[in-house]
Write a protein that binds this ligand. Structure first.
Ligand code: AHR
Length: 499
């Protein structure tokens, strides 16, 4: 049996609750038939939003929700989504999706959804196809106090006298690609212009710049070079990393299991290296990383809509393990991270929910967010465990290896939360907790997400095939981490006087 050391004296930092954030874009089936069914729908709803999803989502305490894109944000005019007569527009994704944007869900509806699920809104504003006045006006509309500006009066006329108090503002999305196809230096100059206008508005705000795609270190460097001489109107730098696909989303081979996990593990190096560039420019005093799109990106067509909903994919135990190891990486690097948003909430890439009409289910990834809740706002501590490796054949036919235990730990209010993903497709792991600098009570709550078949996933026909099992045990004794499974252990820390 291995000992998993919990180094209580070695605190890494506080895990911002926002690291457990989400993302809902106007794309495919995320908004329409995902979160929104409409007020007159036969599907049970609250103000037009799917009730099952609201209840389940609320239960995992989503701290923040990013909206309305993604790429969609870069052609979005927020005025289209307020008031009575809403125009129909081409959606950014129309070329691929064959659907138009009805604007039925706009600012007020989105704020209502956030309020219902208890999440803070994070608005991704357009930089590419508007002037900097556009974001200023949206801020004015959302945040000006009642009875002050003309836009505050319009908000009141539209049914919301009190301000929405939106704190998180993204300034552009993927401006190296769909958002204007800019060079990092060009974007940095645009960002300086937009952010100085945005920062000048009243109220508490967090301004988030478009950062790099995956390992594009040149973007971060080029952007920082220009920002360096600027007033620092920036609290976040948004990095996107999708770990792609390896084989079919559900019918993958053992090698593809490992290939996908290895791709996901690259997150650690990517965020370390971008962070070292941020530090090299002394920007760490001003901004932290925001990984506001992450997840697996499988080939289209495996979800319930069989390809009708763009990017919708089925989500197996492999996706759950990707989510678990990614969140462990974030916890272990929490001092660098302001926020992260898994992409996306429903009927899309790495979704927590799949829905269609009456049907709505949670995926195995949903359970990971549920099991990891104890980390939100907790102090991360270092861990140590003897390493084991698994061998497999990589995509290029070469022999490769990966370490099979992904771990993170934190404590809050006298309780320690430890999350362990066993990346091995072959062997269970057996371990016990070995705290250093604290003593644990001898009863722990243990939650396990695993299935004898690592291809397992939930469907409308079998919605609870993958679900969490809970038991109690002494954390100092043997705890089994099933192969291809994830375990959460939560134990009380014994008070000093009782040790
Ligand atoms: O999440 C889907 C798309 O992926 C987003 O719109 C875009 O930002 C990214 O390329």
């Amino acid at each position: 049996m291995k000992k998993l050391y919990l180094m209580f004296p070695q605190e890494v930092g506080t895990i911002a609750p926002e690291i457990y954030g989400h993302f809902a874009e106007h794309i495919g089936g995320v908004i329409y038939d995902g979160i929104w069914v409409g007020k007159d729908s036969g599907v049970e709803n609250v103000n037009g939003f799917r009730k099952f999803l609201i209840d389940k989502f609320k239960a995992i305490h989503p701290p923040v929700l990013r909206w309305p894109g993604g790429c969609f944000a870069e052609t979005y005019d927020w005025r289209d989504g307020i008031g009575k007569n809403r125009p129909i527009r081409p959606n950014w994704w129309t070329n691929w999706d064959n659907r138009y944007e009805s604007n039925e869900v706009g600012t007020h509806e989105f704020m209502d959804f956030c309020e219902q699920v208890g999440a803070k809104p994070y608005l991704a504003a357009n930089l590419t196809s508007v002037s900097s006045l556009h974001i200023r006006n949206w801020m004015d509309y959302c945040n000006s106090p009642r009875g002050t500006t003309t836009l505050a009066a319009e908000r009141e006329e539209n049914g919301h006298p009190q301000p929405f108090d939106v704190k998180y503002w993204g300034i552009g999305n993927e401006n190296w690609g769909g958002g204007g196809n800019m060079t990092p230096r060009h974007y940095a100059h645009e960002y300086r212009r937009f952010s100085s206008q945005a920062d000048n508005m009243q109220g508490e705000k967090v301004l988030i710049a478009c950062g790099p795609n995956a390992d594009d270190y040149e973007w971060t460097k080029g952007f920082m070079e220009v920002m360096d001489s600027s007033e620092k109107h920036m609290q976040g730098l948004a990095l996107h990393y999708y770990c792609g696909f390896a084989g079919d989303p559900v019918n993958f081979t053992r090698d593809e299991w490992y290939q996908q996990l290895k791709q996901a593990l690259r997150m650690e190096e990517i965020l370390r290296r971008h962070w070292s560039i941020v530090e090299a420019y002394g920007m760490e005093e001003h901004a932290r990383l925001v990984i506001d799109e992450w997840g697996c990106w499988h080939q289209d067509g495996s979800g319930p809509s069989k390809g009708y909903n763009l990017f919708e994919q089925q989500s197996s135990m492999r996706d759950a393990v990707v989510a678990a190891l990614t969140l462990n990486i974030f916890n272990n690097h929490c001092e660098k991270i302001l926020m992260a948003n898994v992409a996306q909430l429903v009927n899309n890439l790495h979704a927590l929910f799949l829905s269609s009409g009456e049907n709505c289910i949670v995926t195995p990834t949903y359970h990971i967010f549920d099991m990891y809740q104890g980390h939100q706002g907790a102090a991360a501590i270092r861990t140590a465990v003897a390493k084991e490796k698994a061998a497999f054949t990589g995509k290029d036919g070469e022999k490769e290896e990966l370490e099979t235990l992904s771990v993170s730990a934190s404590h809050k209010d006298g309780t320690v939360t430890v999350t362990i993903a066993n990346l091995s497709a072959d062997e269970d792991a057996v371990l016990c907790l070995a705290p250093v600098g604290a003593v644990l009570e001898n009863t722990a709550e243990i939650k396990v997400l695993a299935d004898p078949d690592y291809h397992a996933h939930n469907t409308f026909e079998d919605p609870e095939r993958v679900s969490v099992k809970t038991y109690t045990a002494d954390p100092g004794e043997e705890i089994v981490i099933p192969r291809a499974g994830v375990v959460m252990i939560q134990a009380k820390i014994r008070a000093q006087e009782d040790q």
